[in-house]
Design a protein around this ligand. Structure first.
Ligand code: GLC
Length: 425
């Protein structure tokens, strides 16, 4: 079984060779799967991540296992110890990933067989989750809009998406600004599936900028060329706040601050990120003050958080059916991460078009939430068939189903387990 083979005793590796450390949102997705059959492990998984939270609340994208030295960018490249908030947990990266952890924590409780144990975990996790969301609203929402920004493509979880192309193009680097580094990923899987080196130069440049500024968010905000209010990140934060309110209620805390923040974020997503012309949501580039007019599947994921009004949701479903995403049609095996008719689409390159199970799973739960039963069922079948016929890959060609990237990929297994079980809402 994939999850068992990737379990280290402390956390679950996303994939056996390509991803040997702990990744933040992977662990949350993995916990959704464990919740269905091994509550103890689901709790251990999340606890190991929370144990490496920075004192300012930042929940790191990667917790490194120092035994795997062959990784780029590793502990020494991040210099997390430059931040006064990371002194005790220096073995982490210095960026974050989308905040789906409160949702995962509540899910572990709801499906836990050992109720007292699961409740005790809610009490333990609550202050961690509050600190995590507080960090985001405090440090990443300087104008108090209810929308937080990300400052590196890796923070979106969709590292190499065409969403970031315009910003990457604007980053004209001179040779001395590109840090010396050696990639490992392209030795493990085909370089044709992975980001190009010009993208990696920019990823590395941003990391070096953060460590040079000692991870001081106010200074980063002034200098960083990448500052984006991302639809998926803010949607998951909104749902996370809704779930944190539920957790608060279950353990006898006041849910109203979290309910208020969820409402504020939902309102801001609708006001600022909705694209009336195309019936979807768009990321917003804070450096240019303009929306990013790139049509990715993530633009439909406010459905997962119950953000759009019914009428907007209807337009979104229409859009999914009539564009290259081909929801419910015969052309695509499942919903691709980027519109196949979009400029720069690739069926096999990392985040530039392949099907990712986590994106389709979020969309499936979103469609279900709004009562689009037939489409939700169709997507569920696509997810199950895709993995059954092609294996537990990291991502899949949307036309042929051929798997790419890491094999034995943990969240493909974990979310399959959840997708096969009952409706959520
Ligand atoms: C890649 C993905 C990211 C994921 C990580 C580990 O970097 O883009 O979303 O968390 O791999 O699986």
């Amino acid at each position: 079984m994939v999850l068992d083979s990737n379990w280290t005793g402390e956390y679950t590796r996303p994939g056996p060779r390509l991803y040997p450390h702990q990744w933040s949102w992977d662990s949350a997705f993995i916990a959704f799967g464990y919740a269905r059959y091994d509550q103890k492990r689901a709790i251990q998984e999340l606890r190991h991540l929370f144990d490496n939270q920075w004192t300012n609340g930042l929940l790191p994208q990667i917790v490194f296992d120092p035994h795997f030295g062959e990784y780029f960018p590793g502990i020494d490249f991040w210099h997390a110890e430059c931040s006064e908030s990371a002194v005790c947990v220096y073995k982490t990266s210095g960026v974050v990933q989308p905040p789906i952890h409160a949702t995962a924590t509540l899910h572990v409780y709801r499906h836990g067989v050992d109720r007292p144990g699961a409740r005790a975990f809610l009490e333990e996790a609550f202050p961690r989750l509050v600190a995590w969301h507080d960090y985001l609203y405090r440090e990443r929402d300087p104008e108090n809009e209810g929308l937080v920004y990300i400052r590196h493509p890796w923070e979106s979880g969709m590292d190499n998406s065409p969403l970031w192309d315009a910003i990457m193009l604007r980053m004209q680097l001179r040779s001395h600004e590109i840090p010396a580094y050696r990639r490992v990923d392209t030795h493990v899987v085909s370089p044709a599936d992975r980001p190009e080196s010009a993208a990696y130069d920019r990823f590395a440049y941003l990391v070096q900028l953060f460590s040079r500024l000692n991870y001081d968010e106010a200074r980063i905000r002034e200098d960083c060329p990448f500052l984006v209010q991302d639809v998926l990140f803010n949607s998951l934060l909104c749902q996370g706040e809704r779930d944190l309110a539920q957790i608060a209620q279950l353990i006898g805390e006041d849910p109203s601050p979290n309910e208020e923040r969820a409402g504020k974020t939902a309102g801001a997503v609708n006001r600022k990120l909705w694209d009336e012309e195309h019936g979807t949501y768009l990321d917003f580039d804070l450096a240019t003050g303009q929306p990013i007019r790139v049509y990715a599947a993530a633009g439909f994921l406010p459905l997962f958080a119950g953000i759009p009004e019914e009428q907007c949701a209807r337009r979104m479903v229409e859009r999914l059916k009539t564009t290259g995403f081909d929801l419910g049609g015969e052309g695509m095996i499942a919903v691709p991460s980027y519109d196949p008719l979009g400029f720069g689409f690739s069926p096999s390159r990392y985040w530039r078009g392949p099907v990712w199970i986590n994106i389709d799973w979020l969309l499936m739960r979103g469609l279900e939430r709004y009562g689009y039963e037939k489409h939700a069922r169709g997507l569920r079948e696509s997810i199950v068939n895709l993995v059954r016929d092609n294996g537990f890959y990291e991502y899949f060609n949307p036309r042929t189903g051929v798997g790419h990237g890491s094999d034995l990929f943990s969240w493909s297994a974990a979310l399959l387990l959840d997708a096969m079980s009952d409706s959520w809402w």
